[in-house]
Design a protein around this ligand. Structure first.
Ligand SMILES: *[C@@H]1O[C@H](CO)[C@@H](O)[C@H](O)[C@H]1NC(C)=O
Ligand SMILES: *[C@@H]1O[C@H](CO)[C@@H](O)[C@H](O)[C@H]1NC(C)=O
Ligand SMILES: *[C@@H]1O[C@H](CO)[C@@H](O)[C@H](O)[C@H]1NC(C)=O
Length: 556
């Protein structure tokens, strides 16, 4: 009898919860039947996160589908609500994205009318409500309450006149939000005042995510007054929203005494001179550990150099720095050597005491020699992630080849991501005998690099890359926010896809070669051990012979 009992450890709810989160959903029913306690824990796991609203609604009462509308088969009564509450208490995360083929508003309204308590999901901490019409917007507040912490939400549709009132509603219902992720399908000028109201009503915010071009001077000035703000970010892409470049043409937030007392992580779209003025200002957030700068204006390498010098002095705690110089004009991609980033532009990076992640993206390749790469790697042993403009749009001139990987593998043991623009040509492949492989490299990104003779390149790379190291190819330019940036010249696109093909074959053979090398290495290690073992035995034998010899000597 007792052998049929589950192990005692499985009665620790947290452990069982973790184990169950790895189990296939189809097996939940069986598990729930084991015993009462397991059933409770299983239900917790099943209902913790709900991303299908219909699953939740059908718990309350069966409903019928009429075209795109849904109707309960009768109004929910108190017994329905008592049963529902058993499950509703377990829901921590609710995700909903409007689907124009299904309309839940009738069901949600019936819930709103008949509910027996105000908070239908009392333990909900995360609500994601993504919609595009006003009907759907109005029903979002149904799930908001005092203990909600994380909100991912669309802004009111553009045609909705009173955007402020919806935001004020959020502030009253869920005033203690820690994070806010706002999706807006139009530009900031139509909603800026409403966003300012929203921020003023959410004093506990620690993290905000907006679409690009929403971090205007006024919004950043407001964020600077907030006591707990740690992370200010924007995301690219249609899902997050669509802003307009001109809205952040001037970046000049007002920083008063005590500004940004907690800020660690900031992303902005701004000209370099504006960023410099910002970090040089009195009361600037100099304790930043991560800074992401995107600019669509053309800048000279000298400006970049000055920015790095300024940041290294003003923000010594920076550990991550990302600079995207995203300016380019379709049809005007000619290499201008004076505008290329050089090793000299980058040297101030070596004076940051804590910098371990660096990214720069620019239309022209970095003009840096193999010797300078060696020096960079030598002077930056703490490096964890380096993205050295592997995807220039002007792709005809190379200063680096496969040899550029070698110093990083040898000198930067913590390197997890490396991006370089190289001409991978087997002609200048170094002899591979004394190559030290990367210790922990997870991603090698080659962007718009060129490769010929895929087999030879893959064979070389298999000496350096650890198993599971991913090879990334291609451009991110097309995912940036500004339209001017997303459009690439036809010849550029064609060249990129041509180069992509050789890398694709390399990507196909590389894992097999790495695996073979590994097996070879293990075999040779085993042989080595055997040789050592034999040597030791021989030595012992010889010693014995010696002793015997001496002994016999003494006897003699
Ligand atoms: C930066 O951090 C230090 C020590 O943690 C603190 O004294 C200082 O006020 C902070 N500065 C800003 C601008 O937040
Ligand atoms: C790189 O810069 C050097 C001078 O520092 C110059 O002689 C060389 O032509 C440049 N190379 C490329 C590819 O622009
Ligand atoms: C045996 O004798 C030789 C010569 O006398 C000496 O060099 C050696 O160390 C001795 N070996 C041992 C195990 O004592």
């Amino acid at each position: 009898m007792s052998i049929m009992q589950p192990h005692r450890i499985l009665f620790i709810p947290e452990l069982l919860g973790i184990i169950l989160s790895f189990v296939d959903e189809d097996d939940y029913v069986n598990i729930a039947c084991v015993c009462k306690q397991w059933s409770e824990i299983t239900l917790d796991v099943i209902w913790r996160e709900v991303d299908d609203l219909s699953r939740l609604l059908s718990l309350l009462r069966p409903y019928k589908i009429r075209g795109r509308y849904n109707l309960f088969d009768g109004l929910p009564d108190s017994r329905d609500w008592t049963r529902f509450q058993k499950y509703a208490n377990r829901v921590r995360i609710l995700r909903f994205e409007q689907d124009n083929d299904v309309d839940y508003s009738g069901l949600l309204d019936d819930m709103a009318r008949t509910r027996t308590t105000l908070d239908m999901l009392p333990n909900l901490h995360t609500l994601e409500w993504v919609y595009d019409d006003i009907d759907c917007m109005e029903r979002a507040t149904l799930f908001m309450h005092q203990r909600l912490r994380h909100l991912i939400i669309s802004a009111p549709p553009l045609r909705h006149k009173d955007k402020v009132s919806f935001f004020l509603d959020i502030c009253v219902r869920a005033p203690h939000l820690h994070s806010l992720d706002l999706r807006v399908p139009y530009c900031v000028q139509y909603i800026e005042t409403a966003i300012l109201e929203l921020l003023r009503g959410l004093p506990d915010l620690k993290k905000v995510i907006f679409p690009e071009f929403f971090l205007t001077s006024s919004i950043v000035s407001e964020l600077a007054r907030m006591k707990h703000i740690k992370i200010v970010q924007f995301e690219y892409g249609f899902d997050q929203g669509l802003g307009e470049e001109k809205d952040v043409d001037t970046f000049a937030p007002v920083l008063e005494q005590g500004a940004f007392p907690a800020l660690l992580d900031l992303a902005v779209t701004a000209r370099i001179e504006h960023v410099m003025r910002f970090v040089n200002a009195d009361f600037a957030p100099v304790n930043l550990t991560s800074l992401y700068i995107n600019t669509y204006v053309e800048h000279k390498p000298e400006e970049l150099h000055t920015l790095f010098v300024t940041l290294s002095e003003r923000c010594p705690r920076l550990s991550q720095l990302y600079v995207l110089l995203a300016h380019h004009v379709t049809g005007e991609l000619e290499l201008v050597p004076a505008k290329q980033i050089t090793f000299n532009t980058l040297t101030p990076l070596l004076s940051f005491p804590n910098l371990v992640t660096f990214q720069v993206t620019h239309k022209y390749p970095v003009n840096i020699t193999l010797e300078e790469i060696e020096e960079l790697a030598y002077r930056w042993p703490t490096l964890e992630s380096l993205t050295l403009n592997e995807e220039p749009l002007v792709m005809g001139e190379f200063t680096l080849d496969l040899r550029a990987l070698v110093p990083f593998a040898r000198l930067c043991p913590k390197l997890r991501r490396l991006g370089l623009f190289i001409d991978a040509n087997p002609a200048n492949i170094p002899p591979t005998v004394e190559l030290k492989p990367f210790a922990v490299l997870c991603v090698l990104s080659v962007g718009t690099s060129r490769a010929c003779d895929p087999e030879a390149v893959a064979a070389f790379m298999s000496h350096l890359c650890p198993p599971k190291c991913a090879l990334e190819v291609g451009v991110t330019w097309t995912s940036f926010g500004a339209h001017s940036c997303r459009v690439l010249d036809d010849d550029v696109r064609m060249e990129i896809s041509r180069r992509f093909n050789s890398w694709k074959s390399i990507r196909n053979i590389l894992p097999v070669l790495i695996q073979l090398r590994r097996e070879e290495r293990e075999k040779s290690r085993a042989l080595q051990e055997e040789v050592e073992d034999l040597r030791t035995r021989t030595r012992l034998l010889m010693d014995k012979v010696d002793v015997k010899a001496n002994d016999s000597c003494m006897i003699a």
